[in-house]
Design a protein. Structure first.
Length: 549
């Protein structure tokens, strides 16, 4: 088993790299521990709550008890399947805000400003502007990743956007175009009624080429000789050789774990587990970030929510329509309206995100006991809290220790309270008067700071966006793990390319930015000049310094 490039992980970034590297003529081996993604539970968009709660498809990671969250152990699903987390996620497509990437560039990830990454977003997308009214000039039309919008037939989707406008916020026809800030349609990685995962978009076409193949196995460590990565060791002692480079794309949880098992990480921590130090990089596993969110749920006056389909007969009918025609309610993730707003004056770009859903339900598929209802998922985008991934033991089969340190920064509490209060204001607008019966969650009796804080500690959940644990930065930055071309500092022939390299978490869902990393890193790996910069100027609220909306 030998190839020019060995990619560890068939997830969002790994699939994109397999496609681009093999397209260029290089031989590629992709190593994936998880199994196939075939079957309706993954491919049917509306079934999204199933795969992320199944051990067949999910690593099943949980955090250590979180001290600021009532010592709850928080779920941290990661895809253990072809396509990685793009095969078990909510299929929401968000690029992130332009200023996120400018911050990356300013913090040491030179060459990752928005002008640098916008051409890659365009290259990866296949987005049809007809009938959408979006920003065609800002979008890609012929890439592997199909991006679409749901039909938005339920009147609640329109009510949410109208309520945002009535509350004084901006509207946007395309939050992935010139203007993120505001309320408008939400985008999804769905194509012809199917989940358009990185496996469907990138890996399957790549595997049809004679120079790309898939290897199953659990990576034990990266093989390093004289300071250079030469391949990876799999379970059973199997060796996969890399003629040029090894590329870790195993997620923000497993990529730092593999680095540490290979002797790359904080020297004292590695010594605790009897691992010989190859490169003392204290940043490996640090800088862990995530998005937390809450569901603000309202009971509905009218029986128009998806709850009417929350029975076996209706689910079977929806499943049959999807199975035979790839149409109907099964063909959408049901996140069809969105909002991005700023929490206060002085914040230059949105730091709160909304997903609107026309049913009151949890990610584990449990519907609200009160029946008909709807909800807005809301949470702050740029928490100052930081955590760490570390080794539990030197056993490659052992789950790592995950400590997010959620809500450990005092600003997080103020930002989350603001999220809840601003959401209640939106649901109180005239557009929702025909629909809102009463507030289910948090509940009308939860009003004071202390009451809201108690609710947050007990009910906030991860939005499943972990990142940052192999931070990209300058080579002379002692906390950086990789340089701006993804090369691991201190070891030759080894790169990391997935969400773990994010210097700071981006605005919104992370699948799009993770695929972007795979796309852009492919050019670095191949030694190509980056795509020419695109200096289009994104919209920023002209009165952001003095106005919240």
């Amino acid at each position: 088993m030998e190839a020019d490039y060995v990619i560890v992980g068939a997830g969002s970034a790994g699939c994109a790299m397999a496609y681009r590297l093999s397209e260029a003529g290089a031989s590629v081996l992709v190593i994936e521990y998880g199994g196939t993604d075939w079957g309706p539970l993954i491919q049917m968009p509306a079934a999204l709550s199933y795969p992320m709660n199944m051990s067949l498809y999910d690593w099943g990671y949980r955090s250590e008890p979180e001290p600021h969250m009532n010592n709850r152990r928080m779920a941290c699903p990661r895809g253990k399947v072809i396509g990685g987390s793009s095969s078990i996620n909510g299929m929401v497509y968000v690029r992130g805000h332009a200023l996120d990437y400018d911050h990356w560039d300013e913090s040491g990830a030179h060459g990752w400003s928005y002008a640098d990454v916008l051409p890659y977003f365009k290259r990866m997308e296949s987005w049809d502007s007809r009938g959408h009214g979006g920003d065609a000039d800002w979008r890609g039309a012929s890439g592997p990743l199909h991006v679409t919008r749901g039909p938005r037939e339920n009147p609640l989707f329109t009510a949410f956007v109208e309520a945002g406008k009535q509350a004084g916020y901006e509207a946007t026809s395309d939050y992935n175009g010139e203007k993120q800030e505001g309320f408008g349609p939400m985008e999804q990685t769905v194509h012809k009624g199917r989940r358009w995962s990185a496996a469907n978009a990138y890996l399957r076409p790549a595997l049809k080429r004679p120079n790309c193949d898939l290897v199953r196995g659990l990576v034990q460590r990266v093989a390093i000789e004289d300071g250079r990565a030469t391949g990876v060791v799999l379970d059973g002692g199997r060796m996969v050789h890399a003629r040029r480079e090894v590329i870790l794309a195993a997620s923000s949880i497993n990529s730092p774990k593999i680095l540490m098992l290979s002797g790359i990480g904080p020297a004292a921590h590695l010594a605790e587990h009897g691992i010989d130090v190859v490169a003392d990089r204290p940043g490996v596993g640090g800088n862990l970030q995530d998005h937390l969110e809450l569901y603000v749920q309202m009971a509905s006056k009218q029986p128009i929510t998806l709850y009417k389909h929350w029975n076996l007969i209706s689910k079977a009918a929806i499943g049959a329509q999807w199975l035979f025609r790839k149409t109907g309610l099964g063909a959408s993730n049901q996140f069809e309206s969105a909002g991005f707003i700023r929490s206060r004056a002085g914040v230059p770009y949105p730091d709160i995100q909304y997903h609107f859903l026309p049913i009151a339900v949890r990610y584990d598929g449990q519907a609200a006991a009160e029946g008909h209802g709807f909800q807005a998922h809301v949470g702050p985008m740029r928490s100052k809290s930081r955590g760490r991934v570390s080794l539990r033991s030197a056993d490659p089969g052992a789950a790592p220790v995950i400590r997010f340190n959620y809500m450990s920064h005092p600003d997080d509490w103020e930002e989350f309270r603001t999220c809840i209060r601003l959401t209640r204001e939106i649901f109180a607008q005239p557009a929702f008067e025909p629909f809102v019966k009463h507030e289910i969650q948090p509940g009308a009796d939860v009003q004071s700071d202390a009451e809201i804080d108690a609710f947050i500690a007990e009910h906030a959940e991860s939005a499943y966006h972990p990142c940052g644990t192999c931070r990209m930065g300058r080579r002379d930055d002692p906390d950086a793990v990789v340089d701006p071309e993804g090369r691991v500092i201190g070891v030759d022939g080894l790169r990391v390319a997935d969400s773990s390299i994010f210097p700071r978490i981006t605005n919104g869902n992370l699948n799009g930015p993770s695929i972007l990393v795979g796309e852009k890193m492919s050019d670095h790996i191949l030694g190509r000049d980056p795509l020419p910069k695109d200096n289009a100027r994104p919209w920023v609220h002209p009165e952001w310094e003095t106005a919240q909306r």
